[in-house]
Each structure stands twice: as C-alpha cells, then as structure tokens.
Design a protein around this ligand. Structure first.
Ligand code: ATP
Ligand code: MG
Length: 207
C-alpha cells in the first residue's frame, strides 16, 4: 500500500453495468461509518480538458475521437485526479478515492486500454473493483437509460467478451501495481448489495 493518506480504488466494468450507481451508494454507506469517500469519474476529467476544443459535445463522444487525441489527455487526466484527491484529502486522516472508469474503450481503431502502464504508474491503485452483471441485465439497463448513448456496446455477445477481457486485464493491472482485485456482482435491483460488498473490501483494507 502507498504512503498516501487515501486508498485509491479503481472501479471498472462495461458501460451500463452500474458503476456510477453502485459507487454513489458506496460513498453514502461509507459516510454512515464515518469514512470519507470521494468518487471521481475518469471520463469527466478527460471531458473537462476537451469540452472547449469543439471536438466533442458529450461524454459519450470521447471514444469517437482519434486515439492520439485521447492518449494525450489520458495521463493528464490521471495526474489531475491525483492532484484533486490530494487536495480533498489533505484535511482528513483517512479516506477512500474511487475512480470510476473502463478497462477497455471501444474506439474506431479497436479496443483501447483505459489503464495502460503509464496511467497505472500515476494512479498507483490499492484496490481494483471489477463490477459485473448478467449481459442481458446490462442490455436492459442501456436501453432504459436514455440519458446516455451506449448503443455501441449493446450486444450481449460483445458484453460477455468484454467482461472476460476485463477479468484478464484486471490480473495484469493487479500484477503490475500490487492492487487487490475485488469482483462484485451488480444483480438486477440489488445495487445496494454490490455497494455493501465494496464497503466490506475497503474496510478490510484500511482496518
Ligand atoms: P457508464 O460506464 O456508461 O458510465 P455505469 O456503469 O456507470 O455506465 P450506471 O450509469 O451506473 O452505469 O447505470 C446504468 C443504468 O443502470 C442506470 O439507469 C442505473 O439506474 C441502472 N442500474 C444500475 N445498477 C442497477 C441495478 N443493480 N439494477 C437495476 N438497474 C441498475
Ligand atoms: Mg458511469
């Protein structure tokens, strides 16, 4: 574990699996236990850098940008996330930073890693939370959630393959960084159960 005053947990899973939903419940549950948690969305930090460029108009446009543009902003965003968390946790003795992101991004040039080595070296995660769900549940969540565009992922065979690739990539990242891997199942209608599993894993890491 690192010398930072906060634990770095990276939560990953395919688009629509429920990462943001589960993490917001996790934050609330941890706060009830007097443990401060901050949740940041990696894509929001990249979007923040690019929103005035005129290249994109929404978060879901990011993955349609040429890879060389995405690449440049990937490590900048990682540094800004750690700087932001260092500031947020400065006053606190202990805390948990959750970074909400993806292990594989579907781009026009093929699948692209969300956590390549240069990013892992900046983030230095303590815990990797792999959020999974039944592919058909994910498809239904994508269809129901009209606030986002995720149709490019909405194929059950592709989701299954991607979840398998995520497990393999999680092994690579854990080996490179020394982070533990926690696999969490986000069952339909049971996001709070998934959040409780994360709370247990985080508390076991701290105490
Ligand atoms: P993205 O990576 O694209 O940001 P995400 O993994 O953060 O996706 P969410 O936005 O949290 O996914 O969830 C997608 C949709 O699924 C939302 O409408 C959310 O309310 C719903 N959802 C999340 N978890 C569950 C669950 N356990 N049961 C039913 N619906 C869920
Ligand atoms: Mg999300």
């Amino acid at each position: 574990m690192s010398e930072r005053s906060f634990i770095v947990s990276i939560a990953v899973g395919v688009p629509g699996v429920g990462k943001s939903t589960v993490l917001s419940i996790t934050k609330k549950l941890l706060q009830e236990k007097s443990l401060y948690a901050e949740v940041v969305n990696y894509g929001d930090f990249i979007f923040e850098e690019l929103k005035d460029s005129g290249l994109i108009s929404s978060r879901d446009d990011l993955r349609r940008l040429p890879l060389k543009i995405q690449f440049k902003h990937q490590s900048n965003a990682a540094k800004r996330i750690i700087d932001y968390a260092t500031e947020v946790f400065e006053e606190k003795k202990q805390g948990v930073l959750f970074i909400d992101t993806h292990l594989w991004i579907k781009t026009r040039s093929g699948l692209w890693p969300g956590l390549p080595l240069h990013v892992v070296q900046i983030l230095r995660p303590d815990l990797l939370i792999l959020i999974e769900a039944d592919p058909m549940d994910i498809i239904n969540r994508i269809r129901r959630d009209q606030s986002r565009y995720r149709e490019d992922y909405a194929d059950p065979r592709f989701i299954e393959e991607l979840q398998e690739m995520n497990r393999r990539e999680a092994l690579v990242i854990a080996t490179l960084s020394g982070a533990a891997i926690k696999i969490v199942l986000n069952k339909e209608g049971r996001a709070e159960d998934a959040a409780r599993d994360i709370v247990d894993a985080v508390i076991a890491l701290i105490r």
